[in-house]
Design a binder for this molecule. Sequence first.
Ligand code: SF4
Ligand code: SF4
Ligand code: SF4
Length: 365
Amino acid sequence: MEIEELIQETKVYNCLECGKCNASCPISWFESDYSPRLIAKRALEGFIDLDEKIWSCMSCQICSDRCPSEVAYPKFIWGLKAGALKSGIEEETYVSELEQLFLDGEREEDIGIVKEITAGKTVVEGQDGGIVTSLLTAGMEKGLFDSAIVVHREDGFRAKAIMTENVEDIIKASGSKYQFAPTVERLVEAIIGGGKERIAIVALPCSIYGIRRIQRVYSDVELYNIGLFCFENFYYELLKPIVSEILEVDLGLADKIDVKKGKFVVYIEGKSKACEVGELERAVRESCFFCTDFTARLADISVGSVGSPDGYSTVITRSKKGEELFGLLKGKGLETTSVDRNEIAKLASLKKKRGVEELEKLGEV
Ligand code: SF4
Ligand code: SF4
Ligand code: SF4
């Protein structure tokens, strides 16, 4: 795609220079030289930035959701990233820099930096062994952090990111939502508005990348990053009617949803209904097609079901903080078993391949 075409397709020519994107962008709050408004303006003036700035964007889509002119800024940035990759600028450079700053295990092909990898389950009820809920409650009870950013359900099964200071809210937030929620925005509010200094955050790989970019320039907050495995996520507004059409159930009434071995499963009133994940492609978030991180490579501790037997979660610790947090569960009813590393690496590699191919389709700008 030529730059003119990219500008047309992403409606950058509509930009009013209102600055709402800058004001909403969690990264802009901390990286003072990162400005979506200016990058858009410079492109309209014929200057294309393929330097480090474009790698600041974590594709959260908050800016495009709030843009009064419907500028598809994240897609525009993906186009610039495609151009940068063609010029030999590697995304890996920026990820490796952050790995070196925050992580300290051994590198494993496709899985990233690893200190320990195991399958675990706890006595707590939650998705696949209740590991995330247990990490948060144990960390808060131990005083490692006094607040946590988690994702609740509201209005049926719609995901909502919240900041909480109590264990009850953490327990209520258990279970996967398979939607993106702006956890990093809540984090920025907790730091800037709430003056919080010891925080745990449960976030998707794209958000963990953004959090690490923030931590790189702002180290005043003690953060525990819990990353979730993620192949792709859905827009609730699109997913709900598609699920209703295919499975004839109201997603808003579901007790739980799960994605396992290529199936999307909805549990309602003791029964379950499933379809192929591929049937839901129309509801997938646009940014997910370009995303290359499955295992939350930059988290202190990554958790997901892939690679573990039913009822267990795969847990990857990647830093001393991850080790410290997971250590709280040991001796407290944690059961562990072995993990199928090949299964994780296979899916991680598949996602990376899809992301790179989608970027290549955007072509040279
Ligand atoms: S919010 Fe939209 S219109 Fe406003 S500066 Fe950003 S891209 Fe331009
Ligand atoms: S997609 Fe998110 S990180 Fe990227 S510019 Fe928009 S608000 Fe900022
Ligand atoms: S696939 Fe990537 S962009 Fe999409 S929600 Fe998951 S981590 Fe974020």
